[in-house]
Ligand binder design. Structure first.
Ligand SMILES: *Cc1c(COP(=O)(O)O)cnc(C)c1O
Ligand code: SF4
Length: 404
């Protein structure tokens, strides 16, 4: 890469996390198409990922050969301007257990608890658009991580509404099998029979499929899935696939087969991202290939308002169009993908489409998930706004109800 790009890379990666591994470099990126290659855009920094004034001030430090300490301190100062905590996740979704906050756990929807094991707070490579980037920049104030398995299990035992536990990160599949076992085995005990589904939110199938094939403890991970299935649990691998390219290597196909052989079901989700997967055919091809591999398309998310959103975000109007064009061109079996979905403060909001109601152009929206379960399924209307990128940018139309 030219020196000019390497400078941009150094500047951006001193603020936002950057990490890429040999599998992504050797197997996923088409270097003849870089820098426009979608996987290159997905993983490698670009100067437009930072607001121009932040880029310029950080760039000046690098050009002035500032010390790593000075650069780190300056980066820490600008992190707060990149909305590190969208949807107030840290403040509003952390449950209390025996009078103390249960750090590293989020409980937003009655049936599902998210666990962020402290040993899983990294990924095999990083996505430029990562919405969990504060987990990776070493700032303890904006990090969430659970280290005490017993406390988490005790909370689950005491909370009867919970049927699903979702391990997330970072990437829980970064954990050694022995660590994974420490987290999973207690959930398989008869006392927690109520926990029916164990989900793993992971991008390992994209970024390091060897996790399920040739890694030293790959077989141990699969045996853990086997055991959970044998105890009647549904094991759901919530795989993050951003682009059909990620499904092409022989290793990922072998990994998918091996996971499926345990009885676990793989579901696929990803955000819609400018420069990476912003054409309807990217999604149509992705969903069709997933179906052929026995993977269930699940969610198409809207990029969250955090980190490099200004570079990767798309207007909601464009997102609806891409989703609709893509879903139209695939078989009903691939139409299990719901989207575009915003994971917003009040819950998961689906942009169902655009309508004309008595001469007013509106977005029709629907709550797919809600903090207040009574609101699930509730529909509402917003004025059509071609520039809006998030729920906050929308205004109620025609006196519509609005989620709070
Ligand atoms: C998406 C999400 C879930 C899971 O929701 P499902 O619709 O059941 O997949 C759980 N907790 C949080 C905070 C989420 O964002
Ligand atoms: S896989 Fe998820 S948590 Fe990991 S870098 Fe990508 S978006 Fe972030």
């Amino acid at each position: 890469m030219p020196e000019e790009y390497l400078h941009d890379l150094r500047v951006v990666s001193s603020v936002l996390p950057f990490k890429v591994n040999e599998y992504v470099v050797d197997e996923l990126i088409d270097w003849s198409a870089a820098p426009d290659d979608p996987i290159f855009r997905l993983t490698f920094p670009h100067r437009d990922m930072l607001p121009p004034d932040i880029f310029d001030s950080m760039s000046a430090l690098h050009l002035g050969a500032a010390s790593p300490d000075v650069i780190r301190k300056a980066a820490r100062e600008v992190h707060g301007r990149l909305n590190p905590n969208p949807g107030a996740q840290l403040d509003t979704n952390v449950p209390t257990h025996r009078g103390e906050p249960l750090g590293g756990v989020q409980h937003k929807y009655a049936e599902t608890v998210l666990v962020f094991p402290s040993q899983g707070q990294t990924c095999h490579s990083y996505c430029g658009y990562c919405f969990r980037w504060p987990q990776f920049v070493g700032n303890a104030d904006i990090r969430q991580a659970a280290s005490d398995v017993d406390r988490v299990v005790s909370y689950l035992a005491a909370t009867p509404s919970v049927t699903d536990v979702l391990f997330t990160g970072g990437d829980p599949m970064i954990m050694r099998s022995t660590v994974l076992e420490r987290w999973i085995e207690p959930l398989l005990a008869p006392a927690l029979e109520r926990i029916r589904t164990i989900r793993f939110g992971t991008k390992a199938l994209s970024y390091w499929p060897a996790r399920f094939t040739t890694d030293r403890d790959a077989d141990d991970v699969l045996r853990l899935f086997d055991r959970a299935v044998a105890r009647g649990r549904h094991v759901a691998v919530m795989a993050h696939f951003s682009h059909p390219r990620e499904l092409e290597s022989p290793v990922v196909r072998e990994a998918i087969r091996r996971i499926q052989a345990t009885g676990a079901v793989i579901r696929a989700q990803a955000p819609l991202i400018a420069h990476v997967n912003d054409r309807p055919e990217d999604w149509a091809t992705l969903w069709q290939k997933l179906v052929e591999l026995g993977v269930v398309p699940y969610y198409m998310f809207v990029e969250r308002d955090t980190g490099a959103r200004s570079y990767f975000g798309l207007p909601l109007a464009r997102a609806v169009q891409i989703y609709t064009d893509a879903i139209r061109s695939v078989s009903g079996l691939a139409r299990t993908a719901r989207g575009p979905v915003m994971s917003a403060g009040p819950g998961k909001v689906l942009i169902d489409g655009v309508s004309d109601i008595g001469g007013t152009e509106v977005f029709t929206l629907r709550m797919l998930q809600a903090r207040d379960a009574r609101l699930v399924g509730r529909q509402f209307l917003a004025h059509h706004d071609p520039a809006a990128e998030w729920l906050d940018d929308l205004r109620p139309a025609l006196g519509s109800w609005w989620p709070q």
